[in-house]
Design a protein around this ligand. Structure first.
Ligand code: FAD
Length: 447
């Protein structure tokens, strides 16, 4: 484990769910100066574009400049690569995500300790980090729910309560830019720089001494924390020549299968797309306890050009299949090659099938017939593989226990840390924003 040392001048690479938490919390300390670097645009909370502040994450993610448009990924073998959405700009993916806030199961984090040796990262350690996070959480009132959410609540009683969302009581998105960075902006020891694409970490031997930006600027540092997300953090390390085994391996997400409906009445495109989710159990136990490992996600609208198209996603919240992130080029403006290889581990096939069964059962409820007509889909093994999607929950590519130690220090290096969804050795059975925030809160406690 990396020895404790003063942090001094800290450079944080990436202003997403983890990076903003790190910058805000570390700059609470007078002995630290934090420079937060973000590839996309920076703005104050009050200047948040309406598409990002509003109810629809579909509008947020489609806002020019706020996602990595050239980033492609292959979900399952045989598929062509398609865009893999990641947030870009201040707040990172928390500024464009669907705002669902779930912590995951205690067993998810206890497994980080028992199976991956991540001492200090069990549920008892992380629970306070969830509870004390500065995230603003609120359930949408029923009056704001769309027909799809109402139908899911009728079909699956566990969906009736609705899900916590990272937004205020008056419905404004609360990204980590709003709830972490904004209150810290006035500090003399915090500098936020937008439009700053980091090429690589500068190393003196095996010690990080700063970063090089794609435009040639160098920023010296006593400590570098890479928080560029599960796709770009391994890419930054690989461009830097970091030779720790496992960088870019262990890529995984929650595989999903979409079933579309043609709505009888089109949705309002500025309406909240997701107000509830249904967690169910496959009760299939090979390498898993089979509890709450399925998520059914009803979406009111998914595409601005087709307001009559709705969707239910069947997601497998616990998968064994693993893929890779590899450099396509040493040029920092070229995104890495991303292959998830979902369903390559045979243990994932039966629970994925159970997830699709569960959606079909829900859709058989008359409440859904009143919303729209289910469009044809192919649930043969080949059909499932061809249509398989992601859940935008990439994790694991700088895994704790393999690439980083239990202080998030890159093994074999000094003054170089990684902290974001990439350090999760196994993604929890939850949407990944709140867990990523908790991971960053935990690292700050530890250092
Ligand atoms: C469309 C969408 C919907 C989602 N919905 C939900 C949801 O409803 N609930 C939920 O819990 N999770 C959701 N997620 C997932 C969740 O938001 C992410 O898992 C989480 O935000 C990841 O945090 P992170 O800190 O690892 O990375 P990010 O938040 O992605 O932050 C990484 C940051 O690093 C920057 N960066 C990358 N490379 C460089 C570089 N070289 N130089 C400088 N900066 C760089 C990026 O621009 C980005 O701002 C969603 C994600 C997406 C994309």
């Amino acid at each position: 484990m990396s020895a404790w040392r003063p942090l001094g001048r800290v450079v944080v690479v990436g202003a997403g769910s983890a990076g903003c938490v790190l910058a805000a919390r570390l700059s609470e300390r007078d002995d630290v100066h934090v420079t937060l670097l973000e590839a996309g645009p920076d703005h104050r909370s009050a200047d948040t574009p309406p598409e990002i502040a509003g109810a629809s994450f579909v509008a947020a993610k489609d806002l020019p400049g706020r996602s990595w448009l050239d980033l492609l990924a292959t979900r399952a073998a045989g598929q062509d690569p398609r865009v893999y959405t990641r947030g870009r700009g201040i707040g990172g993916s928390s500024a464009i995500n669907a705002m669902v806030a779930l912590p995951g199961l205690p067993a998810d984090y206890d497994e980080w300790v028992s199976r991956f040796g991540c001492t200090g990262w069990g549920w008892d350690d992380l629970r306070p980090c969830f509870e004390q996070s500065a995230l603003v959480l609120h359930r949408a009132p029923r009056g704001e729910w769309g027909e799809m959410s109402m139908a899911m609540a009728a079909a699956v009683p566990r969906a009736a309560e609705g899900v916590l969302l990272t937004r205020t009581a008056d419905g404004r998105r609360s990204s980590v830019n709003d709830c972490y960075l904004e209150p810290a902006r006035g500090r003399h020891n915090l500098t936020v720089i937008g439009d700053a694409l980091v090429d690589r970490v500068l190393l003196d031997g095996r010690r990080a001494v700063g970063v090089l930006l794609a435009d040639g600027r160098q920023i010296p540092a006593d400590t570098v924390i890479v928080a560029a997300g599960a796709i770009h953090s391994p890419a930054v390390l690989l461009r830097s020549g970091v030779d720790t085994p496992g960088v870019g391996d262990n890529l995984h997400d929650h595989p999903s299968f979409p079933i579309a409906l043609r709505r009888h009445r089109p949705a309002a495109l500025d309406a909240l797309p997701i107000a509830t989710v249904a967690m169910l159990s496959s009760e299939m136990g090979e390498g898993s306890d089979g509890v709450d490992d399925l998520q059914l996600l009803p979406m009111e609208h998914v595409d601005p050009s087709m307001p009559d198209l709705a969707m239910v996603m069947a997601a497998l919240m616990r998968s064994h299949s693993r893929g890779t992130v590899r450099l396509a080029s040493s040029d920092p403006t070229i995104d890495p090659t991303v292959e998830f290889d979902m369903l390559s581990d045979g243990r994932d096939v039966a629970p994925m099938t159970a997830a699709i069964d569960a959606v079909e059962q829900a859709l058989a409820h008359p409440a859904f017939a009143a919303v729209g007509e289910v469009l044809p889909y192919d649930r043969s093994p080949d059909g499932v593989r061809a249509a398989l999607g992601d859940y935008v929950h990439a994790a694991g590519t700088c895994a704790m226990g393999t690439v980083v130690d239990t202080r998030c220090g890159v093994i074999g290096y000094e003054a170089l840390l990684v902290c974001d969804a990439s350090v999760m050795p196994q993604v929890p059975r939850a949407n990944t924003h709140w867990p990523t925030v908790a991971v960053a809160e935990r690292l700050v406690q530890l250092i």
